[in-house]
Design a protein around this ligand. Sequence first.
Ligand SMILES: *Cc1c(COP(=O)(O)O)cnc(C)c1O
Length: 358
Amino acid sequence: MSRVYNFSAGPAVLPEAVLKQAADELLDWQGSGSSVMEMSHRGKEFVSIYEAAEADCRELLAVPDNYKILFLQGGASGQFAAIPLNLANKDATADYLVTGSWGKKAVKEAGKFVANANVVAQPEKFTTVPAQADWKLSDDAAYLHITPNETIEGVEFTDVPNVDVPVVADMSSTILSRPLDIAKYGMIYAGAQKNIGPSGVTIVIVRDDLMGNATDGTPMVWDWAQQAANDSMLNTPPCYGIYMCGLVFKWLKAQGGLSAMAAINERKANKLYDFIDESAFYANPVDKAYRSLMNVPFTLANAELDAQFLSEAKAAGLHTLKGHRSVGGMRASIYNAMPEAGVDALIEFMGAFASQHG
Ligand SMILES: *Cc1c(COP(=O)(O)O)cnc(C)c1O
């Protein structure tokens, strides 16, 4: 068996130790005689898996007691609808800062559920983040939505906006990459398949006082208060995915937690950006202050070499480096589970390719 370095944006690489443990436990979870996939979500075995995942997630992210952690389905895109349904009503205004493709989708979906889904700022090109002084915030917004890491364009910002309304953040591709101050947000959410676990799980972390006012007619599975009252088990949760997320949380704790991960992630990203900046052959278009730790898009000096770059990279064991069709070029997603050796191998390959073709 040989595993490649997988730079996919999502579903993405998982820690090898986690996959091995899951394989070991696949047929018989800890002497239960059943796979986690075959267990009742109400049984004591799965409830113990759920409770450990919740507790480890809470510990890793230092989630305060007045926030609930939910493990839902429907992806981050499901939350694009759930957010206006839970936090606003049909006549309301909701503010959106749009710094990339996912923010654009979020505001479009919100427009189905509120009277005014207002874009406070959107740069012409998604290579920067407009300063807060230049945003057109509404007087009466129910919340402000941001996308701290835009996965497609590789644009990231870490400052939490200083506003009077709850800040809602799509953390799909940045959650767990570094410590967060959860208390600065009203609600954060993330599809698991970037930096947590397999697809099919969506993590929602929401402050208690923001639940219980869902718009009339909100489907029960999208009502955070109903999900919270039932520990995410209003209906059958994504059991196996939650188990996998739990294994990843244990792995992250064993690595030293999120401060340790942040140091590793910064080292990995910095060496790749430094290499790109020093090269005349590769380029990254994002303002240096807003470059993503997790998703590194880059272009070749000659786009006609893109296909050859990708096929030679693949032959060298470096997979899924093609950029998103809307951006072109390449993208290396270097989430928590991408070993530093994978980034080193990518840089070495890029250097050799450039000296052949530069
Ligand atoms: C991938 C992604 C999404 C979409 O996630 P789904 O789980 O497929 O709905 C939304 N936002 C961001 C920032 C993403 O990276």
